[in-house]
Design a protein around this ligand. Structure first.
Ligand code: GRG
Ligand code: ZN
Length: 314
């Protein structure tokens, strides 16, 4: 029998992350600060604890991470990057505080990262790294800002389609092996573009449901270990395809609940490992998709509380 869902302990665990400033770990994790707030805040919202983090302080912190070029870093003084820019915008969107930043300059930064020839998106202005994660990040960010029309969506879609594999999945770049994380980003980007017609739905749904192992947990590729975060990457993909019932929901629920820390709260990648806010968030988001534990519904495309999606400027 799996343990109960430890809502109060998870809330306390997420709240405690900001009060550990006297611990070395806090200072060593600066590069994860912006992402940590997005994960923590979303998980708290799904658990109904909307005011568990100080709103004004959070908004001020996000603003202090913005650069003159419009992008956001992981922490004040850190270089801007597309992923932190997405998390910053998601945090402000959850807090209903998008007016705290100039949407035009953020959109200008994001659109500057797209290559007009190929449709690919770079992670930041200085590097050459391209990745289907960045196409999704750019599209979600611009969509929240109501500025997707400034992006070449058709070119981006063409590029994602080139990343499609014979097994129906998608990889990091064209020709790269299918991976559940990349599949999520490609499906979610195609959903935002309203181009899910390009997906080989049955073939991909088979590949996705085969990620469930006898333990109930999901892995990210064949032959790999199960991990709570894939409960999100795989399950949200199945949700986007309308195939949530292709896996054993009860067994997955038990796998996630088994990975909880019954003392300090939080969820780990698998039973017995150290908890972190990343796996806590994705475990809770997956339980929400599964409809368990009386959590608020999560949007499978944006990975944000469904409750706020009505605020999207279309
Ligand atoms: C707003 C939800 C949201 C996401 C933003 C960053 C991002 C966009 C998406 C990440 C998608 C992705 C690639 C997830 C997978 C992360 C992961 C566990 C990678 C490790 O993969 P492997 O195959 O190792 O190296 P494992 O642990 O599976 O054996
Ligand atoms: Zn993981």
């Amino acid at each position: 029998m799996a343990p109960e869902f430890m809502r109060e302990k998870h809330i306390a665990y997420i709240q405690s992350l900001d009060s550990k400033q006297d611990e070395l770990e806090y200072w060593l994790s600066e590069h994860l600060r912006m992402s940590g707030i997005y994960w923590g805040l979303t998980a708290l919202n799904l658990m109904g604890a909307r005011d568990a983090l100080p709103r004004e302080k959070t908004i001020e912190y996000v603003k202090s991470c913005q650069h003159p070029n419009g992008g956001f870093g992981a922490h004040p003084g850190h270089d801007p990057h597309l992923l932190y820019t997405l998390y910053a915008i998601q945090i402000l969107f959850i807090q209903d505080a998008l007016d705290a930043v100039d949407a035009d300059i953020v959109a200008k930064y994001v659109t500057s990262l797209q290559d007009p020839e190929t449709g690919t998106v770079r992670g930041d202005v200085t590097g050459d790294e391209v990745d289907t994660r960045f196409v999704y990040a750019a599209m979600q960010c611009l969509s929240i800002l109501g500025k997707l029309d400034q992006f070449d969506v058709a070119k981006a879609v063409e590029y994602i389609d080139q990343c499609k594999n014979y097994d129906g999945g998608y990889g990091l770049v064209p020709g790269a092996e299918s991976h559940a994380g990349q599949i999520f980003t490609c499906l979610a980007a195609l959903a935002i573009a309203n181009r899910l017609d390009l997906v080989d739905k049955d073939l991909l749904s088979w590949w996705l449901c085969e990620r469930q192992l006898p333990s109930g947990g999901l892995n990210g590729r064949p032959e790999k270990l199960p991990d709570v975060c894939y409960s999100w990457w795989v399950l949200s993909s199945l949700a986007i395809l309308g195939r949530l019932d292709w896996i054993d929901r009860q067994k997955l629920r038990e796998f996630i609940l088994d990975a909880q820390d019954d003392e300090q709260g939080g969820i780990a990648d698998r039973k017995g490992d150290m908890v972190d806010v990343f796996h806590t968030h994705f475990g809770i988001a997956a339980l929400s998709l599964l409809g368990f534990e009386n959590l608020e519904p999560v949007n499978p495309v944006y990975c944000l509380p469904e409750r706020i999606m009505g605020r999207l400027k279309m």
